[in-house]
Design a protein around this ligand. Structure first.
Ligand code: ADP
Length: 863
């Protein structure tokens, strides 16, 4: 170990405690980083790497950022998922004996950001924690900026617990050693290994309904307390929820349904959130996102919301006035957080005051519509009236960001302050009169009194007029090219008085402000609750706004399995479709018809139709009106989707594997009350095993689950299943031909589609004419095996006539059910295979086993 200088030794001992953070080590006007931190930071922040002598043999790598612009670098680190420990000099360097004392004053991590500039207004910033006891997993969530604390627990499924953290879109997860590996696999968040805590130590602190929630809460709060080194009393009592209260949609489902961001560009624009977000406040925008992540399952809670939307929709003027009032509502939820953190400034408090000023109008609006929330707002409005008075008396309307430069406190709030201000004012008035007085006394009209930071107040006489100045009247101070500056004793005395008064009043203002900020802390819980009510009203008003603009209707919930959406639309596609009219489509299912098999050409609108059913259900279950002319809906408990090709390359899984895993999730977890969307299942493998799996999946859901299932497919053979499966119906999305060109009608009609139009779509995509013509001939030959087909000169395709008719038939897994003759012609071994397929229990298989099993079936078929 080299003998480092005392300062480097100090650095190393502090760094030892903050191994997983970049240590910003204060050195004069800079935050410096050393050793590996410096090398990595130089690369990540694109700043210059230098070195310094530190007492060892080699120079020490070093890089630094100026302390006044450190924020932007910290922000960059946070965005990249790193932590930054800020280490300050905690004693005056002039008084230090030896090395200046330094300490880490705070730790900033992705889940513990308080700085406004590093946060997105419309989004939560969650820190999560996961812990387990036996086979119960507890999950805790905290948004430090607002003080929200939530907790839930899951039995046996780590996957579900992780899913909950993903749903909240946590930035950072606190784990104990045990779960570090599992949690680190999900690379969307920063993982923090925290000290083990005995949950019992925290048992007193929280009054919990379910003690299963305690371990993660203890882990999380312990971590916060250790790292924040300041009061975090704005943490609210934990809100305990059960997963069953909300519609479960897994991460993949939320992604494919584009609830909060689009799949490809990851933008809000184009998502359901974007469509519905007519909120006026940042709190409202955050609440809407939370609602979208957690649609409700309790009918009366949803109906309460719908009832409010209906009233708001019917009363345009009230709604309009409410929205105007929301424009004066600031982010009191985050302001409350900053107040408690002790970093709220005067502007923040003025914003709180302005928000309270807006309350009566909001209350009036809510009362006029008889909304239950009116009562709650009224209650808080009254409590906060005192705070309003206090803030109005104390603060000026227009205040600076800084709390150390004065200009915050209103006149009449403190006698002492007024006295200093008067003294300053009198002095200034005396100086203002001085100019006039001296002009008259000297008869020099251009004489003036001025001020600058270096010399203070002075009397200035131009060179040309110097000769008129009586000798010895003033004391010479500074010579300029064209003028001379003077002072007098009296002027200096007044100046001292003004400056002293100013300094004193600035100090006093600071003191008064800190006191004021402390005394406002008592109102934090009120502000937090009020924030919740106002944000809810903001979201509902926004719902009414969108519903009116886009012609949505109030959904009605059924409890007999009926699902009837008349002329439903996909709200986002509708909004984005500019060139043509959106074609509305109806869906009608009930207890005895649970499944739709949807056929139709590519691009015709199959997946849009399926998604629209899911989106309408989600909109309904968050309490919004829906895009249809009538909607009668069941309350879904879970929504499963398998839509589009989502290769999970990061975890090295193929499309087909992902497809099977998603199908498996649905099959394992869905109930009769769930909605399952399966888009072209089986496409990722060869035709026969794809088709076999698709059929087996449909049959399985039909026999064992009974969930509302929409299944789109290109396998026309599957349309025959409706003859055997009573709850399955065929529909197809219409398309027609116009001079060999396909025309999409986007209309969903009963029955299977007549053909698949693949070649038409290929033609639309611009494939060479020669190729598509040849494909048409091949297709005809396949459909009518006796017809001869001309093999293109360059073709390597096996001429169709070589495919024996008998082979085609024998390979078909889906023989016409009623043609007994054909059945008899089948080989015995193939019948056995068919019955094997029917009998196989997919539930018992891993996707890999399923693939192996299929492979064997194929082998048996070939032999
Ligand atoms: P498929 O799943 O059948 O391949 P999609 O559902 O992806 O087709 O639809 C393809 C495109 O057709 C959509 O992006 C949309 O622009 C348009 N579309 C789908 N449904 C409709 C509709 N009902 N009305 C108007 N345009 C639609």
């Amino acid at each position: 170990m080299p003998t480092y200088t005392p300062m480097i030794q100090q650095y190393l001992s502090i760094k030892e405690e903050y191994k997983d953070a970049f240590l910003f080590f204060r050195l004069g006007d800079f935050y410096e980083m050393f050793f590996d931190d410096a090398v990595r930071a130089a690369q990540l922040l694109e700043i210059t790497l230098t070195s310094r002598d530190g007492g060892g043999d080699d120079r020490i790598p070093m890089c630094g950022v100026p302390h006044h612009s450190a924020k932007q670098y910290i922000k960059r680190f946070i965005e990249l998922g790193f932590k930054v420990a800020i280490c300050e000099q905690v004693e005056d360097p002039k008084e230090a004996k030896g090395v200046v004392k330094r300490e880490v004053t705070h730790l900033i991590s992705p889940g513990m950001v308080m700085d406004e500039q590093m946060l997105t207004n419309n989004d939560h910033n969650f820190l999560g924690a996961i812990a387990s006891e036996g086979n119960t997993y507890s999950v805790a969530l905290c948004d430090l900026t607002t003080g929200t604390l939530q907790a839930t627990y899951v039995q046996t499924s780590l996957q579900k617990a992780l899913e909950e953290l993903q749903r909240a879109d946590v930035r950072e997860v606190v784990v104990s050693n045990q779960w570090q590996h599992e949690v680190s696999k999900i690379n969307q968040w920063a993982v923090t290994l925290a000290d083990e805590v005995d949950p019992k130590e925290y048992a007193q602190r929280f009054t919990l309904e379910h003690e299963e929630n305690l371990p993660a809460l203890a882990l999380l709060v312990n971590y916060l307390e250790k790292t924040q080194r300041r009061t975090i009393d704005h943490l609210q009592a934990p809100y305990e929820f059960e997963l069953e209260e909300f519609v479960q949609i897994d991460t993949n489902g939320r992604r494919t349904l584009e609830l909060t961001e689009t799949m490809r560009e990851k933008t809000k624009k184009g998502s359901l959130l974007w469509l519905l977000d007519e909120t006026k406040t940042a709190m409202g925008a955050r609440k809407l996102k939370t609602w979208l992540e957690k649609p409700l399952r309790t009918k009366h809670r949803i109906d309460d919301r719908l009832q409010a939307v209906e009233k708001l929709l019917e009363h345009f003027t009230v709604r309009h006035d409410l929205r105007e009032s929301f424009a004066n509502v600031y982010d009191i939820e985050r302001l409350a957080g900053r107040m408690s953190y002790g970093n709220a400034n005067a502007r923040d408090l003025v914003q709180i005051k302005k928000t309270i000023t807006a309350l009566p109008a909001i209350y009036e609006g809510a009362k006029q519509l008889n909304l239950p929330v009116a009562k709650d707002i009224h209650r808080h409005m009254q409590t906060l009236q005192k705070l309003h008075m206090q803030l109005s008396e104390a603060l000026l309307e227009d205040v600076p960001m800084s709390i150390t430069e004065g200009g915050m406190i209103a006149e009449g709030y403190s006698e002492e302050l007024d006295r200093y201000r008067d003294a300053g004012k009198n002095g200034k008035a005396w100086i203002a009169e001085l100019e006039q007085k001296e002009r008259e006394a000297t008869n020099i009209r251009s004489l003036k009194v001025g001020y600058n930071r270096v010399f203070g107040y002075y009397i200035e006489v131009s060179k040309a007029n110097l000769k008129y100045l009586p000798e010895g009247r003033y004391e010479r101070k500074q010579t300029l090219t064209n003028a001379e500056r003077f002072i007098t004793n009296e002027l200096k005395e007044k100046e001292a008085l003004i400056l002293q008064a100013e300094e004193k009043s600035i100090d006093l203002e600071h003191e008064l402000f800190i006191e004021l900020r402390k005394s406002t802390q008592a109102y934090i819980p009120d502000l937090q609750q009020l924030a919740s009510f106002i944000s809810e009203l903001d979201v509902l008003t926004g719902f009414a706004e969108v519903s009116e603009a886009a012609g949505f209707v109030r959904p009605v919930f059924t409890n007999d399995g009926e699902l009837n959406i008349v002329e439903g639309r996909h709200p986002v596609v509708e909004k984005m479709t500019v060139h043509q009219q959106y074609v509305p489509n109806t869906i009608q299912l009930d207890k005895s018809t649970r499944m739709l098999l949807i056929t139709g050409p590519n691009m015709s609108g199959k997946s849009t139709y399926m998604r629209q059913v899911a989106l309408i259900s989600i909109m309904a279950q968050i309490g919004c009106f829906v895009p249809a002319t009538e909607a009668r809906l069941p309350l879904f408990d879970q929504i499963f989707t398998r839509i589009g090709a989502a290769d999970d390359l990061a975890s090295g899984q193929s499309t087909f594997m992902v497809e099977m895993m998603e199908a498996n999730d649905a099959i394992q977890q869905a109930t009769e009350e769930s909605l399952i969307l399966l888009d072209e299942i089986g496409r990722g493998t060869s035709t026969y095993d794809g088709m076999a799996l698709a059929q087996a999946i449909i049959e399985y859901i039909h026999e064992h689950i009974g969930a509302v299932t929409l299944f789109s497919t290109h396998y026309h053979e599957l349309t025959r299943l409706s003859e055997q499966l009573s709850a399955l119906e065929n529909v197809h999305v219409q398309a027609t031909e116009d001079q060999e060109e396909i025309v999409f009608l986007h209309k969903v009609m009963p029955g299977p589609s007549d053909k698949s139009y693949g070649i038409h779509v290929a033609r639309l995509a611009g494939l060479p004419e020669e190729l598509t013509r040849h494909a048409t001939e091949l297709l005809e030959a396949l459909e009518e095996p006796h017809k001869e087909v001309a093999v293109s000169e360059h073709s390597t395709v096996v001429p169709v006539e070589k495919v024996k008719e008998s082979e085609v038939e024998q390979l078909s897994l889906f023989p016409e059910p009623k043609v007994d003759q054909e059945k008899d012609n089948m080989k015995k071994s193939e019948k056995a295979i068919l019955s094997d397929i029917k009998a196989v229990d997919l539930m018992d298989m891993t996707p890999l086993e399923a693939m192996n099993w299929l492979y064997n079936i194929k082998k048996r078929l070939k032999s």
